[in-house]
Design a binder for this molecule. Structure first.
Ligand code: SF4
Length: 185
């Protein structure tokens, strides 16, 4: 792949590399064609941000488009409090902090740095439980930073024709399982 990597792909690629192919295929169509209930609920959480209703404070950036040249990433940040130098990524519900969640934060973090913002703290926020989860910055967690960079490399070098050892339980939960020939294996 030589296109930009959407920040949202980072978590999805970990779930299944092949799902990125379907994201691209359906990228220009209505999301109602392929969003399941859980995703729609999660999406609703972000609609407040995307509609810029979360806060009217000028020192809070919400849902703005960002780009990171270093890693060739693009997407949106969730919430960035400029005064607090605090970046937050909200999820509908967090029961486990998956690596993909952290990598999405990293992508937003690096994008903001390139835009000249100072980011001192990053965190995940669980909407359902009203709980925040502070995350170490990449340079404070070199192991995770290396994993993040390895993931970017994997996405850049991914070949859709490569054989993927999928987990049938994952496929059963995947919104693309009716479209994907992998489920026929
Ligand atoms: S159905 Fe399975 S193999 Fe196909 S995209 Fe979904 S998780 Fe991946």
């Amino acid at each position: 792949m030589t296109d930009y990597i959407l920040i949202s792909y980072l978590n999805d690629f970990i779930f299944c590399p092949k799902s990125i192919y379907f994201h691209k295929l359906y990228g220009l169509k209505s999301s109602y064609l392929y969003n399941d209930t859980f995703q729609s609920e999660g999406k609703a959480v972000h609609e407040t941000i995307d509609n810029k209703k979360y806060s009217s404070k000028k020192n809070v950036l919400q849902g703005i488009d960002v780009y990171c040249e270093k890693y060739n990433l693009c997407g949106k940040i969730d919430i960035f409090d400029i005064d607090k130098c605090l970046l937050t990524e909200r999820k509908k519900h967090i029961s486990t902090i998956y690596d993909g969640y952290i990598f999405q934060l990293y992508a937003q973090y690096y994008s903001l740095l390139e835009m000249g913002y100072k980011v001192n703290k990053i965190q995940l926020y669980s909407f359902d439980t009203n709980k925040a989860y502070p995350i170490l910055l990449p340079d404070e967690d070199i192991n995770m930073k290396n994993k993040f960079e390895n993931l970017i490399e994997q996405i850049n070098n991914f070949d859709i024709n490569s054989i993927i050892n999928t987990n049938i339980n994952k496929c059963m939960r995947c919104i693309y399982n009716n479209l994907c020939d992998q489920t026929q294996c």
